[in-house]
Design a protein around this ligand. Sequence first.
Ligand SMILES: *Cc1c(COP(=O)(O)O)cnc(C)c1O
Length: 370
Amino acid sequence: MTPEVRIPADLLPSDGRFGSGPSRVRDSQVRALVAAQPDLLGTSHRQAPVRSLVGDVRRMLAELFSAPEGYEVVLGNGGSTMFWDVATFCLVDRVAEHGSFGEFGSKFAAGTNAAPFLDASIVRSAQPGAVAVPIGGEADVYAWPHNETSTGAMAPVKRPDGDGLTLIDATSGAGGLPVDLAQADAYYFAPQKSFGSDGGLWFALLSPAAMERARRIEEHRWVPASLSLTAAIDNSLKDQTLNTPAVATLVMMRAQLEWMLGIGGLAATAARSEESSAHLYNWAEDRDWARPFVARPEDRSSVVVTIDLDESVSSDALRRQLRANGIVDVDPYRKLGRNQLRVGVFPGVSPDDVRALTACIDYVVERMAS
Ligand SMILES: *Cc1c(COP(=O)(O)O)cnc(C)c1O
């Protein structure tokens, strides 16, 4: 396809991938994959090489998040969506309270609400673009997303008042947002966002209270083996998984963790996302045809930036032009249905590329209007 607007090469970002998940895979991750041939790829996950890979990933995640004493890094197959089911079965005792302010938070709330062995869920909701978190009290689980990928709103991770376990969906927040893990009993995510790897696995940093809860519940509640958190914990402690994991995904994950720790850990990775997102919000505020979608500055995500466009600038047409120039996946969340751009600025995306992106958007918008 020939672009109607050809962006000059010197304006283009070094890498045109700005998706909110799956997100940009860094070259060094692909090189790590090539280097994993033949000693890791295609070898048994019950033998030392893959087990030490799993061990490295677990150890590096604990280091990245400064896991408090007694917390464990647990993993399993199925991605974050599967972890919602694991948590519904193994962590919610009687009733869950959810913060729901977008697609992902609402999906987990719908999951616990539909479970026949649980009471109806308590749901605190807010319009897309705002934030709502549990207020605490009678529920035995409080759950909300650290970052709502569908809207670009982020929420504080702070325990509500009450004795419930705090479960944080950090699928898009983990690795790009600062966090104090002492404020959560499960901080869970999948590898295809900040970690720039592939989907299909889930990781959870679990507190002693969360692990204790799972053991107690699984003593009396039937749980399918693939959803058993105690089975996942017991396997993870041995650097194993219940069934065969995605080895290539783990290889790319380890390479990203090496990079993250090498540049200074979570403080450094969060600073990159913060710099990129601040640039985008400032840029949007400076244009009379663009503005940040999330109203309250403190709710604006530093990893997924949503920008509303004036009706004079069609997001569809703009994105078509960008795609023809190699800049891809700045699409709004499909169900939100807004004339919007959504930009994934996970740590793997360099702030320089984000500055190049806005220069390219300006270039195209000027020419589209004429
Ligand atoms: C992407 C995403 C999910 C879904 O992750 P899967 O691994 O595809 O199940 C869940 N929650 C949030 C906040 C996400 O961004």
